[in-house]
Design a protein around this ligand. Structure first.
Ligand code: ATP
Length: 241
């Protein structure tokens, strides 16, 4: 049996109603295997962010199930869902979302502090080391490059050892070289630490770092590409525009 970190079954999400109704996701079923790296691609408005938000518990589908560690998170109350998100799901956004007045170290431990936990300093050190920020623990976001800020955000998302790390265009605000560094880090999370990564991206080169690429069109999974090259992805998506 395939071991899924996250499994979506028949997930439908509709925004608005009547004349303004938009079906952002239509009966989407997909599993993210533990220890895999998946890229989610598709034209603008095809439902990529909605998929990520429903899978991560930030948004609730209208119907269908989202299983995280075997538990259907669509059936949880707000409090239970907040706890599950905090403990089992990591999220990284294009805009880093760091607190400007806090240092890299303080930003990484902020979610656990808010949960009244004291993370092991050795673990925080190890993570900051792993993302290449040793020696910069005391820097504030403004004193770090975009790529370094994104790496702080990734360290923050990984601190709780989540089942899955969701990333919504994590390299969208970065230049090519810095974007490559961030992608290498996500790849390492999967290859060396067996974590599960699901990443929305518009960039075929970024998507080519993943094990598979889900292609969404109009709220449905149109295709799944297995270890495609950037060229293959470009050709596949070019046909959708
Ligand atoms: N909060 C909302 N209210 C109304 N409609 C929404 C909302 N969020 C998304 N939509 C609509 O749902 C559809 C899917 O949006 P979504 O943001 O998931 O697409 P996307 O593939 O991530 O797009 P992009 O690549 O432009 O970020 C779009 O038609 C969008 O306009």
């Amino acid at each position: 049996m395939v071991d899924h970190a996250v499994l979506l079954e028949g997930v439908t999400r509709t925004y608005g109603n009547g004349a303004t109704e938009v079906a952002a996701l239509r009966q989407v079923s997909v599993g993210f295997t533990r220890g895999s790296f998946t890229a989610v691609m598709g034209p603008s408005g095809s439902g990529k962010s909605t998929l990520l938000q429903c899978a991560s518990g930030l948004d609730r589908p209208d119907s269908g199930a989202v299983l995280v560690a075997g538990q259907d998170i669509t059936r949880l109350g707000e409090k239970e869902l907040a706890v599950l998100r905090r403990d089992r799901i990591g999220i990284v956004f294009q805009a880093f979302n760091l607190v400007p007045s806090l240092t890299a170290w303080q930003n990484v431990i902020l979610p656990s502090r808010l949960a009244r936990r004291r993370p092991e300093p050795a673990r925080v050190h190890e993570l900051l080391n792993r993302v290449g920020l040793a020696g910069r623990e005391g820097h504030r976001p403004a004193q770090l490059s975009g790529g370094q800020q994104q790496r702080v955000a990734i360290a923050r998302a990984l601190l709780s050892r989540p089942e899955v790390l969701f990333a919504d265009e994590p390299t969208g605000a970065l230049d090519r070289r810095t974007g490559h560094e961030v992608l290498a880090l996500l790849r390492e999370a999967v290859d060396a630490f067996g974590q599960t990564v699901v990443m929305v991206t518009h960039d075929p080169e970024a998507a080519a770092r993943a094990d598979s690429v889900l292609v969404l069109t109009d709220g449905r999974i149109d295709d799944v590409l297995d270890r495609p090259s950037a060229e293959q992805i470009g050709l596949r998506l070019g046909g959708l525009r």
